[in-house]
Each structure stands twice: as C-alpha cells, then as structure tokens.
Design a protein. Structure first.
Length: 213
C-alpha cells in the first residue's frame, strides 16, 4: 500500500491536470492555482531539506578532514552570514546596516567570484571547441566553417574584412541553427511527454526509490 498510494495519487492528478490544460474552465483554473500554491509550499520544504543536506555534507567533511575540508568552513560561514544578513535586512526586520552589508557582500564578493568562474569556463569552452571543430569529417568541416563565420560576425573585425560577414553570421544563427534547435526542442518535448506518460501510468517507478518495482 505504501507504493500503491503514491501511484494512485500521481495517476489521478496527472489525468486531472492534463484534462485541465486541454479543457480549461473556471473550476479547473481555481484548482490549478490552488495546486500551484501547494507546490510552492512543498518546494519551500524541499529547500529546507537541501539546506540541511548541504550543512550535513560539509560538517562531515570537516569532521573527517577530507581533501579541501578548510573550504567547507568558508561555505558554512558564507551561508550563515548571508542568511543572517538577509533575514535582518528583509522587510520583516528592516535593519538598514544589515541590508547594506548584504548588498556589499553580494556586489563585491559573490559577483566577482561568479565572474571569475565564468571566465575560467571560457578556457574549457575554447578547449572543447578546438576538439569539436577539427575537420576530421565533412560534418566537422561544415561545423568548423560555420563556427568561424559566426565568430567573425560577432566581433567588429569581421565587418572590417567584409561588410556582409555579419549578415551571413545572422543567417546561420536564424535559419540552419534555429531549424536544428527546434528539432532538438521537439525531440525533448516528445521525450518529456513519453516520460510523463510512463510515470502517470505507473510504468516508470524509479522515483519511488528502491528497486522501482
């Protein structure tokens, strides 16, 4: 019964909200908005669980002196300080100094670290592009040429070489690239629909945990 009850709930709600989407009405709209509010409440509990898991992970890492365990102290300290400042500077408490300190830490600590992380990712992207763009086949050659033209069209140097390069770059992005992107999105949509149907009908049960049977 512990496994059958969740399957019954998923089946009933899955069918109900599918019908609501295709046959909208006032009652179904109210039901959908109520369910959405409940989903927001449950997602808040999920965030609490995620927070507890994060704290537990780093506490165990500190206790067992695992590799780079000192950075766990930084993570926990940042979590505690930013959380406390966010609560004290929020509308419920409204301490101006806490709000100012929160903004200062966000703008001058977190934002530069985010920028540095994305700057490092640029080198990984360049390495991956080099490996992908090597002309080992006809398809790779087409990818190499298209990528080179698009990059030239983005930078001002491309327009200096030939004024039509930005137009060609835009055409590549809007026509062949968009066509392939829509094909990928269509495949993702069909795959998501198939997975949702398998979950609603009880064919896919791995989300229940255990063996999924």
């Amino acid at each position: 019964m512990k496994r059958q009850l969740p399957l019954m709930i998923v089946l009933v709600l899955g069918i109900a909200f599918t019908v609501q989407f295709f046959i909208p009405s006032r009652a179904s709209e109210v039901t959908y908005q109520t369910a959405l509010q409940w989903w927001l409440v449950m997602s808040s509990f999920a965030m609490v669980l995620a927070l507890g898991s994060l704290v537990n992970h780093h506490v165990l890492k500190i206790k067992r002196r695992k590799e780079h365990w000192a950075f766990s102290w930084v993570t926990l300290a940042g979590l505690l300080v930013m959380g406390a400042l966010g609560i004290m500077g929020g509308p419920s408490v409204g301490l101006r100094w806490a709000n100012a300190a929160y903004n200062q830490l966000f703008l001058f600590v977190q934002a530069p670290m985010d920028s540095a992380m994305f700057a490092i990712l640029a080198f990984y992207m360049a390495s991956a592009s080099y490996r992908a763009f090597r002309a080992r086949s006809k398809e790779a050659t087409v990818l190499l040429i298209a990528g080179f033209v698009v990059m030239l069209g983005i930078i001002p140097f491309g327009a200096m070489l030939w004024r039509r390069i930005p137009d060609i770059s835009e055409w590549i992005m809007m026509v062949p690239n968009m066509a392939s992107k829509r094909g990928i999105l269509l495949g993702i949509g069909l795959g998501s629909t198939a997975t949702a149907l398998k979950i609603i009908l009880g064919i896919e049960r791995s989300w229940l945990g255990g063996s999924g049977k």
